[in-house]
Design a protein around this ligand. Structure first.
Ligand SMILES: Cc1cc2nc3c(=O)[nH]c(=O)nc-3n(C[C@H](O)[C@H](O)[C@H](O)COP(=O)(O)OP(=O)(O)OC[C@H]3O[C@@H](n4cnc5c(N)ncnc54)[C@H](O)[C@@H]3O)c2cc1C
Ligand code: FES
Length: 277
């Protein structure tokens, strides 16, 4: 059992979760994730490690409420215990001095990109961060990311911030202005990562995405997280989750992520004791 130290709503659909797990806190690196089960009847779901405190022995993730498991997580409180908290899983992101690196994050990816921006900055890169939100009230961790970035842009659909645009167009505008960007990292929903990859492709800038296929064991045994990258079969949990976004078969990923759509709705209705539509 792992003890929850903090579970708090950051913005209407996004929560922070801090769990006491000294072994994971000691070893984890940017780009890795944990597998978590909110209760003993639930399923195993992966969440990216967004921060950690090695002294305190704590590991932090940020999750978006989308279905049964994340709803269950969103009502847990400090002091509660969860039956499964496994990690760190996945290969750590490659951190080197590249020059200028653009980090793009949306929804839960705003938090997931944070340790990466911090490590890239520490490695001597110029870090440009772009945060994508639908509207100003959905933005969180701006200060944390600003502290690790040389430049920070907020791409939103309302007029509250500097770039009133969708993230691919914001990226294109930045790429036109900045003389050289050597690498892009993008984390968030599949749509955000695929459109960011599409935007950078004509510029030939290596774009790393953190893929989020359905996962079960997270250790390469079940095959649930199969993705195709550069025409080859990969398992995102052990070969990734980071991959070259220009080589990912996005159509396949979109379609595999939808495999259990009906069951997911049914599960949520059952859990909320509503009738299945
Ligand atoms: C490596 C990795 C890191 C992730 N990091 C984060 C994160 O930091 N924050 C966050 O909010 N989300 C993250 N996700 C996605 C998160 O795991 C899903 O949103 C979550 O599993 C949904 O579960 P649910 O029961 O609430 O929703 P459901 O209604 O069951 O599912 C909603 C959608 O989430 C996806 N999903 C469902 N079950 C899984 C599963 N077992 N594994 C992966 N995707 C699933 C499916 O596409 C599904 O349509 C990550 C996924 C991966 C693979
Ligand atoms: S989650 Fe089972 S092989 Fe990756």
């Amino acid at each position: 059992m792992a003890k929850i130290l903090l579970r708090e709503r950051l913005v209407p659909n996004i929560h922070i979760l801090e769990v006491y797990s000294p072994d994971i806190a000691r070893k984890c690196k940017p780009g890795q994730f944990v597998i978590i089960m909110p209760d003993e009847h639930g399923e195993r779901i992966p969440l990216t490690i967004a921060d950690w405190d090695r002294k305190k022995g704590s590991v932090t993730s940020v999750f978006m409420v989308v279905g049964t498991s994340t709803h269950k997580l969103s009502i847990l409180k400090a002091g509660d215990e969860i039956p499964v908290f496994v990690g760190p899983l996945g290969r750590p992101s490659e951190i080197k001095k590249y020059g200028t690196v653009l980090c793009a994050g949306g929804c839960f990816g705003i938090a997931a990109i944070y340790p990466l921006a911090r490590a890239l900055k520490k490695a001597g890169n110029k870090v440009i961060t772009v945060l994508d939100v639908k509207a100003n009230y959905l933005l969180y961790w701006e200060d944390k990311l600003r502290a690790e970035s040389d430049l920070l842009f907020i791409s939103a659909r309302d007029s509250f911030y500097d770039c009133k645009d969708y993230i691919p167009r914001t990226l294109k505008n930045i790429m036109k202005k900045e003389s050289e960007i050597h690498r892009v990292h993008s984390i968030g929903c599949t749509y955000l990562m695929s459109t960011c990859s599409e935007a950078t492709k004509p510029y030939g800038i290596k774009t790393i995405v953190s893929l989020n296929p359905i996962m079960v064991d997270g250790t390469g045994m079940c095959g649930a997280c199969r993705v195709t990258v550069d025409g080859k079969t990969k398992f995102a949990c052990v070969d990734g989750p980071d991959f070259d976004g220009h080589l990912v078969d996005w159509e396949e990923l979109f379609s595999r992520r939808k495999s259990y759509f009906e069951d997911e709705i049914q599960s949520l209705c059952y859990w909320e004791k509503k009738e299945f539509p």
